[in-house]
Write a protein that binds this ligand. Structure first.
Ligand SMILES: [Zn+2]
Length: 427
């Protein structure tokens, strides 16, 4: 019986919201879960081919899914590089992205959604992982964000435009946006990311433009996510039929009702704001180069959005924006959003766990396949030495992980090199 891994004992958290239960044996065959519960009588554990993990006194749950990670923004930066996002050297940036993906996996994150990056680096890293060139989580990625003048990531003067190393790609009308969807599809993205204005104060994309992108993307079986903090853009995105809305923190109750009617999930992403406020207080606002008062407003709005969404029945995706800045290191913060959902959003720990596992499978295009411990599902499993239901923070930073299994394979957690020098330029 080759390719069988049995996790004995332990308390099983299924990811689907079920109460934690003592479990006898979780049997993985190949890359799928074969059974849960009593050890199947035909399995002979003395068979040398069977790999066994004893999880007595530990907790077994699905691998974490972070619905919002960036790998190729080009952090940490080298001296002399421009202030804009992105790194002018795709070769170096690709290696950093690969390393970031590895760090996420070793923190128990078995799948990530990447809503935007530079060049087609994320596609390349995804494929390198799929091909077994490097180890990493399952990656579901967009390309550069489709933007118009005035949107987030339109950081240069108009005569410069948006260079290839930027995160946004400037499109002047719906036809150009459709062309960009086709170009990105040709290069293998999993979904399309659009982006409205940075702060949400003014709506920059027309509903018709969003609808044109949605129509083209959907015809090509690609989903569409949109960065939208504002009220108008959130309403327009809901009416244009995007697949999920990132942030939505300035949306009014009426806008949110439109989102609820359309059945569109929201990915609030409070973790980045929380970290900006933490880091800003620690090192000073000029270091994070962001307006802390505005960030505090966004954070407060996001928290009330979480609470309001629950009342309105809007499904929330769970993501952190890890890798979008120097103070957002991979591997550290992927479960922070779950903590914020519990501490500020009014969600029970088991609900937050379910949101960052089963609920997030949608964001990585694997709904029904990952995020749940059930027979037949893909075998992405983590084992922890502390109870995440009692203390949701034990999911963070991989500090309580004893095992990570991705696609039925055990990941070696014992060989972590020195952490990336995030807070300093590499000399
Ligand atoms: Zn982001």
């Amino acid at each position: 019986m080759a390719g069988i891994l049995v996790i004995r004992n332990g308390t099983l958290i299924d990811g689907g919201g079920g109460a934690p239960q003592k479990n006898d044996a979780l049997v993985i065959e190949g890359n799928r879960i074969r059974s849960i519960g009593a050890l199947p009588p035909e399995l002979r554990l003395e068979d040398a081919q069977i790999d066994i993990i004893d999880a007595a006194g530990q907790w077994i749950m699905p691998g974490l899914i972070d619905a919002h990670v960036h790998l190729s923004y080009g952090y940490p930066k080298l001296p002399g590089e421009g202030v804009g996002r992105g790194n002018v050297r795709p070769e170096l940036n690709t290696l950093k992205a690969a390393r970031g993906a590895q760090r996420a996996l070793r923190a128990g994150v078995t799948s990530i959604a990447v809503p935007g990056g530079t060049y087609f680096i994320d596609v390349g890293v995804r494929d390198a992982i799929r091909l077994g060139v490097i180890e990493g989580p399952r990656i579901h990625c967009a390309g550069r964000m489709i933007i118009a003048y005035g949107c987030i990531e339109d950081d240069e003067p108009s005569w410069v435009g948006t260079p290839e190393h930027g995160v946004g790609v400037l499109c002047n009308n719906a036809a150009e946006m459709v062309t960009e969807v086709r170009r990105q599809d040709k290069h293998g993205v999993n979904f399309v990311k659009m982006a409205d204005s940075r702060s949400g104060a003014t709506q920059m994309l027309a509903r018709e433009e969003i609808a044109a992108v949605v129509a083209e993307a959907h015809r090509r079986k690609l989903r569409v996510a949109i960065h939208s903090r504002g009220a108008g853009s959130t309403r327009a995105a809901a009416e244009a039929g995007v697949d999920w809305i990132v942030h939505a923190d300035l949306a009014t109750d009426a806008d949110l009702e439109a989102v609820a009617r359309a059945g569109i999930p929201i990915l609030p992403t409070a973790t980045f704001l929380w970290q900006v406020l933490e880091e800003g207080q620690r090192v000073g606002p000029e270091q994070v180069q962001l307006d802390l008062n505005r960030m505090k407003r966004h954070f407060d709005n996001i928290v009330s959005l979480m609470q309001r969404s629950k009342e309105l029945g809007i499904r929330l995706l769970c993501g952190t924006d890890s890798g979008n800045n120097s103070f957002m290191p991979w591997g550290e913060l992927h479960a922070k959003e779950a903590e914020i959902l519990v501490k500020y959003g009014g969600f029970a720990p088991l609900e937050a766990i379910s949101m960052t596992t089963k609920g997030n499978a949608f964001a990585v295009g694997l709904e029904g396949e990952v995020g749940e411990l059930k027979p037949g599902k893909l075998a992405d499993v983590i084992v922890l030495d502390r109870d995440p239901v009692a203390d949701i923070t034990v999911l963070q930073g991989g500090r309580h992980l004893t095992h990570v299994i991705k696609d039925g394979r055990r990941i070696d957690l014992g060989k972590e090199e020195a952490p990336l020098k995030f807070r300093h330029a590499v000399a």
